[in-house]
Write a protein that binds this ligand. Structure first.
Ligand SMILES: [Zn+2]
Length: 142
């Protein structure tokens, strides 16, 4: 069994605690109709393990942009900071929605670096969020 094997039971546990939402952009699995990925917060290549404590849900976009990164540059201070950790940090302490609900604003160095590194306001998600706002599926209030 490979080091990255994730049992169905473990996937289910992670999906439930993550509430079937991407830990970074909060995109809901039910909204996009595509299974969210189980991601390693600390990547395997950096010594992260395939254990409940190191796993969370990420949408394919955030997971792809995150890749094996653990840190990124805060555009305001030019300092390298850790990426947001959805397991131990609170989303609302690092991010907020723009007034129209379509863009994610970074409130802290970690938030700003994560918005940029994971392209949380990329050209594909922003138009989708506009539609979700119009039908009152977005932004999440919790
Ligand atoms: Zn995402």
């Amino acid at each position: 069994m490979s080091q990255s094997y994730i049992s169905l039971a473990l996937r289910q546990r992670v999906a439930e605690i993550a509430r079937y939402r991407c830990g970074y952009c909060l995109t809901s699995q039910i909204t996009i109709g595509i299974p969210l990925h189980i991601e390693h917060i600390v990547p395997l290549v950096s010594g992260g393990e395939t254990v409940f404590e190191n796993l969370w849900l990420a949408c394919p976009s955030c997971n792809g942009y995150k890749g094996i990164r653990t840190h990124a540059i805060d555009p305001e201070t030019n300092q390298e900071v850790p990426l947001f950790n959805p397991r131990i940090q609170k989303w609302k302490e690092h991010f907020a929605w723009s007034n129209d609900g379509v863009e994610i604003l970074g409130l802290t160095p970690v938030g700003r670096a994560t918005v940029l590194a994971l392209k949380l306001n990329n050209e594909y998600i922003v138009p989708s969020r506009r539609v979700w706002v119009a039908v009152k599926l977005h932004p999440p209030t919790d």
